[in-house]
Unconditional design. Sequence first.
Length: 553
Amino acid sequence: MNFSFNGILINSLEAADVFTCFLQEPFKSLPLIWTIHDAALAIRLKQYNSHGQIELANHWKKTLNRATAVVFSNFVQPMIFSAFDSGNFVVIPGSPAEAWETNNMAASYNGDMQDNLRLGPNDIVIAIVGSQFLYKGLWLEHALILESILPLLADFPSNKDSTYHLKIIILSGSLGNYSMAVEAIAHNLRYPSGIVEYKAVDQDADAVLSMADLVIYGSFLEEESFPEILVKAMCYGKPIIAPELAVIRKYVDDGVNGYLFPKDNVKILSKIIRHVAPKGKISRLAHNVAARGKTTGRDLMVSETVEGYASLLKVVLKLPSEVAPPKDVSELSPKHKQEWHWDLFETIPRPTYQKRILRSDLFLDKAEERWNHTQKERSSSINAIDDTFSYSIWEEEKYIQVTTARKRREEQELKDRSNQPHGTWEEVYKSAKKADRLKNDLHERDERELERTGQPLGIYEPYLGEGVWPFLHVSSIYRGIGLSTKGRRPGADDIDAPSRLPLLNNPYYRDVLGDFGAYFTIANRIDRIHKNAWIGFQCWRATARKVCLLCGS
C-alpha cells in the first residue's frame, strides 16, 4: 500500500498540463528528468518574447527550471534553449525516435513532392544533407559536393525525350535567400536549369529522404554526435556517402553499411558516386550496402544512450538506505545495449505515429489559446474594477456615515434607561448549552456524508499535499484523509489526520508511518467518525497501479 516514488520521468510536452502537481507536495522535492525531443518549444519562446508575451515565456522557463535535468538527444537543441538554461541541461546522444518514426512514416508520404519536382519513374534523385549547425562555409561545401556530382551528368542524355533524368536536392536550414545562392552555384558549375533545387530541411526532409535514391552528407564539420538526418536516411534504406568524420567513421564501415571519402580529398567522392550509380542507375551492390545501413541506423548509438541515462539516474536519484545500490554502468548486460526493445513500440497505437513537431505544435497552440483566454478574463476583471472603484468608495463612505448616525442615536436613547441585572453563571451556561444543542440539531450535513451513511462500505484515501488532488476520487463512497494540515482540499469532507492523531504533526513520524498513519487515525476513536460496516483503505497511487484494496471489518 505505501508505495513510494524516488523520481519523475517526463518524455513529452503534454505533461505540462499536470505539471502544477509536481510543484506541490509530495512531488515537490522529487528529482525530475525531462527529455525534450524537438525545438518546437524553443521556437515558440522566441515568438513569445518578440510579441510581448513575457508572462507565458516566464511560465515555461519556470517549468524547465523545476526539472533536475533537462535531457536533449543532440548538441544543437541546448543551444536553441540556451536562454532558459539554469544549469540543468544534459545531452545524451542517441534516441530510437528517429528510427521509430521513419519506419512508420515511410508509407504515409503521397506523390505531392514527386509531382512538384516533375519526377519520372526512372529518374535518379540525389539528396545532399548536412549539419544542423549553420556556419559561413556551408555554401563552399555544397559547391564542392555539386562539383563532384557533375561528371554523373554524362550518363544522362540531354534530350527531353530520354526516360532517365537526374535531380539534385539540397536540404539545408533557413539561411535567408539561400535558394538563390544554390541557383548561383549550380549556374556557375554549368548545371542545366531545373536539376539542382533547394528545400528547407525543417519542412521537406522526410519527404525528400523517402524518395531519394542516394543521400550524400555534405558537411565537413566535426560534431560530437552522429547526425540525426543521416540516421533517418539510413532508416529509409538509402545508400549514404559521407566524409570520414570521427563520429561517422565510428559507426559506418566503408563499403559495408555506407560509403566514406576523405574530407580533404573531395575528388574521391566522384569515383564513389560513379561506383554507386553507374550508367545512371543505383547498383545492386549499393542496394545491399543500404540494407545493412538500415539495420545499423535502426539501433544506432543504443549503448551510448543506455549508459548515459543509467549514469544520469545514478547521480540524480536518491534511493533510501534499505534499497540495494544499483550496479555500475559497465556491468550492464550487453543485450540491453545492442538494440532497442522494438516489441514495446509495437504496442503503441498507429495514430500516435504523428510527427513529433506537429504533435508539439498542436499542444502549444492549445496552451497559448488557454493562456490568451485567461489574460482576456483578467483584463476584463481589471477594467470592471477600475469602473466601479469610485462608486465603491462613495458607497463605503455612505455606509460609514449611516452607521455612525445610528450608533449615536442608540447611545442617546440608552442614557435614560436603567441597568438590567445580569443572570448567574449557571443560567448563562445552561442557555449556551441549549443554544449549542439547537445549533447541532439544525446542522445540515455534507451531501456526500449523507450518501455515505447508507452504504455498507467506506473507502478512505490517504494523501499528502495538493499535488495528489487530481488522483483522488470524488465519489461519495470515498473519503480523503489529509496526513498534513497543509494541502487539504477546500470544501471537501476530508478527515484532518493530525487533529485526530497529533503524532502526525511531526514530519519525521508522518514520513515513517506513511499511509499507516491514516489507518491509526481511523482506528483512534473509530465510532466517532466511521459508521459503515466495512472499511476500505486505498492509496491514491493504487488506481494507476491497478492493485487491490486493503479492507477490514
